[in-house]
Ligand binder design. Structure first.
Ligand SMILES: Cc1cc2nc3c(=O)[nH]c(=O)nc-3n(C[C@H](O)[C@H](O)[C@H](O)COP(=O)(O)OP(=O)(O)OC[C@H]3O[C@@H](n4cnc5c(N)ncnc54)[C@H](O)[C@@H]3O)c2cc1C
Length: 412
C-alpha cells in the first residue's frame, strides 16, 4: 500500500476537476487530481484520426460561447476558435427535407418549447413529453431532437429542469479540439492517473481516499464523478451519504454517441451542411457534413437509438449510418464512406453515459448534489450546475465554485 498526502484531493479529472485543480494550484494550495483513466479530460476527449485530424469524441461545441470561459482559455493556449454558425441553425440539405416540411417542423418545435415554458412557469413539474401536441405529425422528430439535447426521450425527463437551462444560442468550436483545450488547462496540476477511487472514508479527522493503489490522506475533497458512477456506488462514502446517491440517481446521464466517417468526393457537399436520417422517426441520427470543411461526416445518435446501437457493437453504428444515408443519397453513396472513430460512452465504465438530465420531479436535486458536507467534502461536475448542466462550461463553473468553497473552508 502506498500512501500520499495532500490538502485537497480532487476526485476525477474532467472539465470540473481540471477547473478546480487549476484554481487551487494557482492559489498555492497543495492539491492532487485522482483520475481513474490514463488521461485528463473525462467526457472531453480529442483523438487524432489516421490523417492526424483532431476529432472530439465527447464535447465539441462551446455552447453559450459568448459567456463560456473555455473560449478565453483555448485562445490563451493559441488554439483557433471557429465562429461559424452550427449546422442545426441552418436548413437541412436540399432534396432531403422539403423546405415546406422544414418550416412546419420548426414551427411545431418552437410551439412545443413555448408550451413547455408556459407549463412550468409556476414551478410545477411534469415529463416533458406531456407538452407534445397529441397527433402532431412532427412529434417523433421533436423527440429525436430532445434526445440530442438531453440524451433521453422526452417522456423520461423533467420539463422544469429542461426549462432551467440557460442558453445564449451562441455556439462555436475549437478547431484543434475542445477536449484538447480542456485537458491542456490541467498542465502542471499534480495528477495521479490510473487510480480509481473506491471509497472516501470521512469518519476521522482527516479524509481517507481509498484507491486500488493505496490511500491518500487529505483535509478536503472535491468529488466530480459523473452522476451515473456515483449513483451505482451506495458505499462510496463512509459513513454513507444516501442523499448524494439518491440525487445522483435522479440526475442520470443520458446517452449520446458520435460516429465519424471519412467521405470521398467531399466537394459535392457544402461544408457544415446537415441532414436528419429519417424525419418520421424518433430513433434517428443527425449528420453533420464536412465539419470544419474536412472530408468527413460527423454522425450523432442519442437516447434509445444510441443504446440500441451500443448493444449491437461498433459495426451496428456504421450499418445504421449507411442505411440512413443511402436512403437519401443513393446506394452508391455507401462506397464513399468508411468508419473512422466511435466511442460508446454508455459502456465506458468511468462515464456510463454522456450528459445529465433530471427525471420528472427531480429538478431540485442539482442543488442537493452540489451541497457541501461537513465543510470538507465538496461537489462539482456538470450535473451539479443549476443552469449550465450537461455541458463542459457547466463543469467548469461548478469546479471553480467547489474550489472557492474549499479555499474558504481552509482559511477558516
Ligand atoms: C458524445 C458527447 C457529446 C457532447 N457534446 C457536448 C458539447 O458539444 N458541448 C458541451 O459543452 N458538452 C458536451 N458534452 C458533455 C460534456 O462533455 C460533459 O458535460 C463534461 O465534459 C463533463 O465534465 P465533468 O468534469 O462534469 O465530468 P467528466 O468529464 O465525466 O469527469 C469526471 C472524471 O471522473 C473520472 N472518474 C470516474 N470514476 C472515477 C473514480 N472511481 N475514481 C477517479 N476518477 C474517476 C472520469 O474518468 C472523468 O475523468 C458531450 C458529451 C458527450 C459524451
Amino acid at each position: 500500500m502506498t500512501t500520499r498526502d495532500t490538502e485537497v484531493a480532487i476526485i476525477g479529472g474532467g472539465a470540473a476537476g481540471i477547473a478546480a485543480g487549476r484554481r487551487l494550484h494557482d492559489e498555492g494550495i497543495a492539491c492532487l487530481i485522482v483520475e481513474a483513466r490514463s488521461r485528463l479530460g473525462g467526457r472531453a476527449w480529442t483523438v487524432a484520426d489516421t490523417a492526424g485530424l483532431p476529432l472530439d469524441l465527447g464535447c465539441g461545441w462551446l455552447h453559450s460561447a459568448d459567456r463560456n470561459p473555455w473560449v478565453a482559455i483555448a485562445e490563451a493556449q493559441g488554439l483557433t476558435i471557429d465562429r461559424t454558425a452550427p449546422p442545426w441553425s441552418r436548413p437541412s440539405l436540399p432534396g432531403v427535407f422539403a423546405p415546406g416540411d422544414q418550416s412546419a417542423f420548426n414551427e411545431a418545435m418552437n410551439a412545443f418549447f413555448e408550451r413547455l415554458s408556459d407549463a412550468v412557469a409556476s414551478g410545477k413539474d411534469m415529463p416533458a413529453a406531456a407538452l407534445l401536441e397529441p397527433g402532431n405529425r412532427w412529434n417523433n422528430l421533436i423527440v429525436a431532437v430532445g434526445t440530442y439535447i438531453s440524451g433521453t426521450e422526452l417522456a423520461a425527463m423533467s420539463a422544469l429542469d429542461f426549462e432551467h437551462y440557460h442558453d445564449t444560442e451562441v455556439n462555436w468550436r475549437v478547431k484543434e479540439g475542445y477536449g484538447a483545450a480542456i485537458a491542456a488547462h490541467g498542465a502542471g496540476v499534480p495528477v495521479v492517473f490510473d487510480c480509481a477511487v473506491t471509497r472516501i472514508d470521512h469518519h476521522g479527522k482527516r479524509l481517507r481516499i481509498e484507491t486500488a493503489n493505496g490511500y491518500i490522506a487529505a483535509d478536503r475533497a472535491i468529488v466530480t464523478l459523473p452522476s451515473n458512477v456515483l449513483a451505482e456506488r451506495e458505499d462510496f462514502f463512509s459513513p454513507a451519504l444516501p442523499e448524494k446517491t439518491r440525487a445522483a440517481s435522479r440526475l442520470p446521464l443520458g446517452l449520446a454517441d458520435k460516429l465519424f466517417l471519412s467521405l470521398e468526393q467531399p466537394e459535392e457537399f457544402s461544408a457544415g451542411g446537415r441532414l436528419f436520417g429519417n424525419v418520421e422517426r424518433a430513433g434517428t441520427g443527425t449528420y453533420h457534413m464536412r465539419p470544419f470543411g474536412r472530408p468527413m461526416i460527423e454522425c450523432f445518435y442519442a437516447g434509445q437509438c444510441a443504446r440500441d446501437l451500443e448493444a449491437g457493437g461498433e459495426n451496428a453504428f456504421f450499418d445504421f449510418a449507411v442505411g440512413e444515408l443511402t436512403a437519401h443519397l443513393g446506394s452508391d453513396f455507401a462506397r464513399r464512406i468508411k468508419p473512422l472513430l466511435i466511442h460508446p460512452w454508455g459502456s465506458d465504465p468511468h462515464a456510463r453515459g454522456s450528459y445529465s438530465y433530471a427525471v420528472p420531479g427531480a429538478a431540485g436535486e442539482r442543488a442537493v448534489l452540489a451541497a457541501p458536507v461537513d465543510g470538507r467534502l465538496f461537489f462539482a461536475g456538470e450535473a451539479c450546475s443549476a443552469h449550465d448542466f450537461s455541458t463542459a462550461h457547466g463543469g467548469y463553473f461548478t469546479g471553480i465554485a467547489a474550489a472557492e468553497q474549499a479555499i474558504a473552508s481552509l482559511k477558516r
